[in-house]
Every structure is written in structure tokens, then in C-alpha cells.
Design a protein around this ligand. Structure first.
Ligand SMILES: [Zn+2]
Length: 387
């Protein structure tokens, strides 16, 4: 993909703010960005943080207007939010919630020509910092990436919200963030372009690698702390790795096979209802297999992600080695032209991908059994997909 006129580039949000109780300072950081903010969140998230967000905006003399988020970042939901922006005269749109709300809000803010801000309620994806959205169909299948000329003006991450939420969200964020280094490493090797629209800078690749190290050092104690709703230094580090380091690292370091396999998995209805980072982890294990990575490296990855609580077998994402047609559909979707799997330093055919996907079932079971870790539990889809 490299050309003689190739450029290197890194992009980032205007400001990243993180800390316990940071939500109480939302108004202060929002005031320089706009006078008529539009807050977007679903009812569950608004019930948790609506009062604190309202108090913070009032303290900064900002009006409080809130719109309910529909739940899935579809093209129709984005268009609807653009209409709300126009009707309310908002000059900055603020997503409060998870990756889905942020994807819809970023896309709507761009189309309406106003600023956009993300306030994650969980650290479950690296969506908050990026200048792109993932758009899904109404039933939760990957539809397209949309790219914007800039990142959010502000990303405000309250670590107490992360600690108050179920630890499963943080674990999913670890799955999304672990892929960052694997994919950035492959992108660098292939001299391929990143989501930021150029070759990776040393900085982008370094942030991806830093994210990886911070996660291996802090994820297990951080998850335990969050199970007791405590914010510890390990939690602060893990939240930054999941959100800022992985966010900049994936966007300006490059995506490769793991995220393409995630996108392919959304084509199988059996996986619907799983978190983005859970499906990405299947992509990471499969990417390591495709790379022919050293056995010890794959073993370590399977053991660690099992301890984190992430899936690394087909069983745990509702599939089996006998689902030939479904696995073929996943592999076809993951390898369509334009998918990031083509950033790998070698070609991957759908056949090779089906074999790699099937292979992780037995190998992960073996590694887990030898390490005295729990056997996989069958996943049964029960609801629509969330990013
Ligand atoms: Zn991701």
C-alpha cells in the first residue's frame, strides 16, 4: 500500500481528561467549546450520571438539553440525531455512554457541522478518542466505517463510573485494547496505511505497544478492584490503556486482521449480543495463528485472556467447528476488499481464515486445560449487538 509519496501521520482528540469524579468538571471543560450543548445518552446511562452531568453544566452556566439515544449506531439513528441538532440549535454534541452512543454522536456532529465530545460511561472500547465511527445495520451487523476530518474536541473519562459499572465492560475493553499492538505491529511490518490516512508514525506505533505492556501489568488487579467498585492506580492505568493509548494506537498505529475478523463475526447471528472487545479477542487469537506466532506467545495470550474473562474459543462466541457455512460467511466478510485484514504483511484467503478460526477451538481448550483454567462455556445469543 506504500507509495513513493507516502506520508506518516498521527491524529488525536483536542483534550483528554481522566480521573475519579471527572464528570463533575464536564461543564468547565465543555464551556470553551460551545454555548448550547446537546447531551445524548440512553435511559440506563442517563439514570446513572444524568444528575451529575446536569449539575456540572448548570455550575458552568450552560443549558441542559438531553436526547435519548436509540441504542444502535445505524445510519437512520445518525440522521435522526442530525435533525435534533438542527431543531435545538446545538453547537456541541456530547455522547454519554458506551461505544454505540459515541459512534452515533460523532457521525451526527460531523454531518451537522458542529463540535463533538465523548464522555464514556465504561472503558469497554477504544471508540472515545477516534475520528471515525462504525455504523451497523439495525440487526447489529457491521455496515461501514465513517471517517471524519477531526477527533473529538474533548474526551472526558470519569474512572469512578468505570469502577461502578460491571467489571465485564472493563474486561471487554481489554480485549479491544490488546488487539491494538498486534495490529499495529502487523501494519508497521506491512508498511500499510493506518485509519489516520498515512503510514504509522513512531509515536502511533509506540503508543500501541505501551498500551499492551500496561494491560499485561495491570489488568488483573484492576479488574479485581472494579469488582469491588474501587478506583486504584491499576484501574487508572488500565482505563488509560484501554481508552487513550489503545484509541490513539489503533487509529494511528493501524488495524489489521483482528478487527477485520471482528467485523466478519458480526455477520453470524450467533455472535450478536457479545461486546465488541469479546469478538475482537477471537480476532486477536486468530491473527496470532495466521501469523504463525511462536507457540509460547499464543499460549500466553490464551492464558492471560482467559484470566481476564475474554473468549478465545468459537464455543464462547456461539459458534463451533461444525458451523461450516457460518464460518465461511464470517471469513468472506472479513476479507472483502478494503477490510483491514489486507494490512497484514501477507495475503490471507477465506480458506486460510476458516482453518485458523477452526484451529483456535482445540488449541485454546488444550492450553486452558493444561493451565488448570476453566473450560469454555457455550454462548447463546439473546439480544442485538452492541459495539
Ligand atoms: Zn475496536
Amino acid at each position: 500500500m506504500a507509495a513513493s509519496s507516502a506520508i506518516r501521520t498521527i491524529i488525536s482528540p483536542g483534550r483528554y481528561v481522566q480521573g475519579k469524579g471527572a464528570l463533575s468538571r464536564l461543564g468547565e471543560f465543555l464551556a470553551p467549546l460551545g454555548k448550547t450543548p446537546l447531551l445524548v445518552s440512553d435511559d440506563v446511562v442517563w439514570g446513572i450520571l444524568g444528575q451529575r452531568a446536569t449539575d456540572s453544566l448548570r455550575a458552568a452556566q450552560l443549558p441542559v438539553t438531553r436526547e435519548r439515544f436509540g441504542g444502535i449506531p445505524t445510519a437512520a439513528e445518525v440522521t435522526r440525531l442530525v435533525g435534533v441538532i438542527e431543531r435545538t440549535g446545538a453547537d456541541v454534541i456530547v455522547a454519554l455512554g458506551g461505544g454505540s452512543a459515541m459512534d452515533a454522536v460523532k457521525a451526527a456532529g460531523f454531518l451537522a457541522g458542529i463540535r463533538w465530545v465523548t464522555v464514556p460511561s465504561v472503558a469497554s472500547t477504544d471508540a472515545p478518542t477516534s475520528a471515525l465511527s462504525v455504523i451497523y445495520t439495525a440487526d447489529g451487523a457491521f455496515e461501514e466505517y465513517r471517517f471524519f476530518p477531526k477527533n473529538p474536541d474533548l474526551v472526558l473519562m470519569d474512572t469512578q463510573l468505570v469502577a461502578d459499572a460491571p467489571a465485564a465492560f472493563l474486561a471487554a475493553g481489554v480485549g479491544d485494547a490488546l488487539a491494538t499492538w498486534l495490529e499495529a505491529r502487523a501494519t508497521r511490518q506491512a508498511h500499510a496505511n493506518t485509519m489516520a490516512g498515512g503510514l504509522p508514525t513512531l509515536a502511533g506505533t509506540a503508543l500501541a505497544e505501551l498500551s499492551w505492556g500496561v494491560i499485561w501489568d495491570n489488568a488483573l488487579p484492576a479488574l479485581d478492584a472494579v469488582r469491588d467498585h474501587q478506583v486504584t492506580p491499576a484501574v487508572e492505568k488500565l482505563v488509560e490503556a484501554n481508552t487513550l493509548l489503545s484509541g490513539l494506537g489503533f487509529e494511528s498505529g493501524g488495524l489489521a486482521a483482528a478487527h477485520a475478523i471482528h467485523n466478519g463475526l458480526t455477520a453470524a447471528h450467533q455472535t450478536h449480543g457479545l461486546a465488541h472487545g469479546q469478538k475482537v479477542n477471537i480476532g486477536s487469537v486468530t491473527q496470532l495463528v495466521l501469523e504463525g506466532a511462536p507457540t509460547q506467545e499464543i499460549r500466553d495470550f490464551i492464558e492471560f485472556t482467559t484470566r481476564v474473562g475474554l473468549p478465545n474459543t468459537l464455543t464462547e462466541v456461539g459458534l463451533s467447528v461444525d458451523d461450516e457455512d457460518d464460518l465461511r460467511r464470517v471469513a468472506e466478510a472479513a476479507t472483502v476488499p478494503g477490510e483491514t485484514i489486507h494490512n497484514m504483511p501477507f495475503d490471507i484467503t477465506p480458506d486460510e481464515l476458516v482453518s485458523a478460526l477452526k484451529s483456535i477451538e482445540r488449541f485454546s481448550r488444550t492450553v486452558r486445560s493444561e493451565a488448570h483454567l476453566p473450560a469454555p462455556v457455550q454462548y447463546v445469543a439473546h439480544q442485538v449487538d452492541t459495539h
